[in-house]
Design a binder for this molecule. Structure first.
Ligand code: PEP
Ligand code: MN
Length: 339
């Protein structure tokens, strides 16, 4: 349930509610807003009648949460979450552009890409070190060496870095090198991994499972948040439908819908969402117009030679055009590019 405190409720009153809830076996999550404090009580609501809470000092109202997810819900936190990573903002009126190759392939490849992306205004450098591939014979990633190359390139270019983790072992390694961890589509419901990330404070980009509903996706975010890590951002990356002309079907309606249901920042990945480099710019424009807080774009110095996902990767020139395009759309929807 959600306990909305009165405007101006004192810390003593908030502490009183927290103590009461804990005594009744509830997990307590407090969201301090600009106007008022909202307390999320997670536990078996049959254990507690609503009425005693409603008359407690400082309480405005007590609401049951109808959604299966609670901490990820906008009812719990009306203000959109803003996550700050090394001076870059995610979720504010500034767009967050994450770009880089699907896989880190060599120190030169990732550094050249990083320097170019930085010069074009990208905010975060992406690069996969653990690659969950459909075929066991396809390139599987450079693992810890890949994290190291990514971190080095990010440092030289002055960009925070993001990379995918697939297991507790890769997570432990990643923590030494990356600023944001990515949970890929295939691991969205790897609850053991989500719980491990939930124990940390590291920002996490949670991609939508390729066959997951929005409710399942928000519940996956809840798995992370219920452990105490609220630094979660979501990324729509396409879902499996009957359509095979594109690699996946990019569900852009998820963007405004999630904005209504949740306070978490929402990204769109048109590279995996379409599988075709020529569709990346139009779908990026559409994503920004639909209200996305940022984009994740695959960029490679020479897409034809990429070890993974070449057909959907932009070359440098195409990325330059994309940035011009989205700068224009951003202005129309009240967002700006951040330097
Ligand atoms: C990726 O970002 O390279 C990736 C594998 O993404 P997804 O999990 O969305 O397929
Ligand atoms: Mn990829």
């Amino acid at each position: 349930m959600i306990i909305v405190m009165k405007t101006g409720a004192s810390q003593l009153q908030i502490d009183g509610i927290e103590k009461f809830l804990k005594e009744h076996g509830f997990g307590v999550h407090i969201s301090v807003g600009t106007e008022r404090t909202i307390i999320g009580a997670i536990g078996d609501e049959r254990e507690l009648a609503v009425s005693p809470l409603e008359v407690m000092s400082g309480v405005d109202k007590v609401m049951p949460v109808v959604e299966t997810y609670k901490l990820a819900s906008r009812n719990f936190k009306p203000e959109t979450t803003v996550i700050k990573v090394k001076g870059q903002e995610i979720g504010s009126d500034k767009l967050a552009i994450m770009a880089g190759p699907c896989s880190v392939e060599s120190p030169e490849q990732i550094l050249d890409t990083a320097l170019y992306l930085k010069s074009q205004g990208a905010n975060f450098l992406r690069g996969g070190a653990y690659k969950p591939r459909t075929s066991p014979y396809a390139f599987q990633g450079l693992e810890e060496e890949g994290f190291r190359m990514l971190a080095q390139a990010g440092q030289e270019a002055g960009m925070p870095v993001i990379s995918e983790v697939v297991s507790p072992v890769s997570l432990e390694q990643a923590l030494k090198y990356v600023d944001i961890v990515q949970v890929g589509t295939r691991n969205m419901q790897n609850f053991h991994l989500l719980k491990e990330i939930g124990k940390l404070k590291i920002p996490v980009l949670l991609k939508r499972g390729l066959a997951s509903t929005i409710e399942e996706w928000l519940n996956a975010a809840e798995h992370i948040m219920s452990g105490g890590n609220y630094n979660v951002m979501l990324c729509e990356r396409g879902i499996r439908t009957f359509e095979v002309a594109t690699r996946f079907t990019l569900d852009l309606s998820a963007v405004p819908l999630i904005k209504e249901l949740s306070h978490l920042p929402v990204f769109v990945d048109p590279s995996h969402g379409t599988g075709k480099s020529k569709l990346v710019a139009p779908m990026s424009r559409a994503a920004i117009a639909a209200g996305a807080d940022g984009l994740m774009i695959e960029v490679h110095p020479n897409p034809k030679e990429a070890l993974s996902d070449g057909p959907q990767s932009l070359d440098f020139k195409a990325f330059n055009c994309l940035m011009d395009d989205i700068t224009k759309i951003a202005g129309i929807v009240g967002k700006k590019i951040q330097i």
